[in-house]
Design a protein around this ligand. Structure first.
Ligand code: AG3
Length: 282
């Protein structure tokens, strides 16, 4: 059979293309179009509604940065909420933290969890069986709007603000998350690549002002989220959590015994440095 290409449709006039060495699964779920395929260079690749979500080759950068930065900044998170993240990559990294006692993960699309367990098993690496996990199949917006539970860290691992992910960028969502945070709690969210999606940074900044005493963004470059570094939004009550001394971050990282491939304390601190064009937009 002929080898075909997978062409991402995220941006008009600019994009990335993968050789689809093997199509592993393609389905229209109740919520979105899901495809998982094999690419010799990037490993297994998962896309939703035409947008690359994760690849085996570079997922560690995204998942380590979205999980370890808030968890080490907090230092003693016991209860963690993951919104989205159906592939299990964030869950895997959160589960590495011994101080975490309870993880709630709210994913809207059961098919994403099922298919990623089957075709991207390294993403979760068994973390779906962690006894600390409560997996909820529901709309993340609905969950935070109605939940009485409180969390120390909330991680929004969403798709882009098109389709099912759109509501996870709304002011109502950020506000509901803040209501679900304990004192000293931190919210982090996937916030797009500002070179290509500057409006996302702009609108998130506007929505976070007034909701969080301290808000900012941090960034990391993930090759298959094309167009430069990706930003992660940061909302917290305590401004000191964002400017912790390097020695404190190092001490927490070493004490955790966690081994990483991207994250370290210098990267953590440096990630909050933003280019001028991003600072001017927020
Ligand atoms: N979540 C982030 C996908 C972002 C893609 N968007 C983009 N390139 N602008 C992926 C889920 C990983 N667990």
């Amino acid at each position: 059979t002929a080898v075909t290409d997978y062409q991402e449709t995220l941006y008009e006039g600019y994009g990335q293309r993968f050789r689809m060495d093997k199509l592993l699964h393609e389905v229209r779920t109740d919520h979105q179009h899901l495809v998982i395929f094999e690419n010799a260079r990037m490993g297994r690749v998962m896309a939703l509604d035409g947008v690359i979500q994760t690849t085996e080759a570079d997922e560690f950068i995204y998942h380590e940065m979205l999980a370890h930065v808030p968890l080490f900044a907090h230092g003693q998170a016991k209860r963690v909420l993951i919104i989205g993240g159906g592939d299990g990559g964030i869950l895997r990294e959160v589960a590495r933290h011994g101080e975490v006692e309870h993880i709630t993960m709210v994913e809207i699309d059961r098919a994403v969890v099922d298919m990623c367990k089957q075709f991207l098993p390294q993403h979760s690496s068994g973390a779906f069986d962690d006894p600390r996990l409560q997996l909820v199949i529901d709309d993340g917006m609905r969950f935070v709007a109605t939940s009485d539970d409180k969390f120390d860290v909330i991680i929004s691992d969403s798709t882009d603000p098109i389709g099912p992910g759109e509501v996870l960028f709304s002011e109502n969502f950020y506000q509901a998350c803040r209501r679900c945070l304990n004192d000293g709690g931190i919210l982090v969210t996937q916030n797009g690549t500002p070179f290509m999606q500057l409006d996302e940074v702009r609108t998130t900044a506007q929505r976070m002002t007034g909701l969080f005493r301290d808000w900012h963004f941090y960034q990391a470059a993930i090759p298959t989220y094309i167009g430069g570094a990706m930003t992660f939004a940061w909302g917290a009550c305590d401004p000191a959590q964002r400017t912790l001394p390097l020695a404190t971050l190092r001490q927490r990282f070493v004490a955790s015994g966690i081994t990483t491939r991207y994250y370290n304390s210098d990267i953590h601190q440096g990630a909050f440095a933003l280019p001028q064009y991003v600072l001017q937009a927020i």
